[in-house]
Design a protein around this ligand. Sequence first.
Ligand SMILES: Cc1cc2nc3c(=O)[nH]c(=O)nc-3n(C[C@H](O)[C@H](O)[C@H](O)COP(=O)(O)O)c2cc1C
Length: 195
Amino acid sequence: MVYIELLNAIEERRSVHNFQPREIDSAILKEIFYYGSYAPSHYMKEPWNVKVYQCKGKNRFVENILASYRRLGMIPDDDGPKALRVAESMRSFLLQIPHHVVIHYEREEDAIRNEEEYSAVCAFIQNAQLAAWEYGVGMLWTVTPYMHDPIFLREIGLDAEKDKIVAVMQVGYPERIPQDKGRTAITEKLQFINN
Ligand SMILES: Cc1cc2nc3c(=O)[nH]c(=O)nc-3n(C[C@H](O)[C@H](O)[C@H](O)COP(=O)(O)O)c2cc1C
């Protein structure tokens, strides 16, 4: 039995950079992350946690990002015209993204267990991206410097000692679907070892 729809979703899903200016219903987002949660996880730990910033909830989140960028030197740390201009441009870019979704888990002290948890969260993310595609919803998986800023984590209610952010997904209905970049022939990366 070949599930053509599943295979099409895997092949046709694209990372979306431009979104329509409208929110996705929370019930649909719930469905998407429900399917995400069918990802495998060792010991059934289901380590993923999800925070969805949307509507007015984006305002403080975006200010936290800008404050982090200032600490990290990506925005000049003063009130000069350049700093204000850069901050305003980043603010309006970030605010027009309909949903920012922070995906995080609690670190394990043991390195192997930690790797298992991290891997399971990545599987969760890809499941959610594929489910989203079925609902006509686009996502962009981002890994950004502020995810490593302990003050940023504290400001969004996490503890950098305990919690790790794996990704911040930008989510919305696609305004434009990027072209398929294709993939390297898998035969270049695939070895069968028979004896
Ligand atoms: C761990 C991870 C981090 C990524 N971070 C970014 C990012 O910060 N910015 C971005 O534009 N795309 C990011 N991407 C998306 C990739 O650029 C994208 O998946 C790749 O170009 C292939 O395009 P496709 O997803 O449309 O097939 C990330 C993807 C992964 C898996």
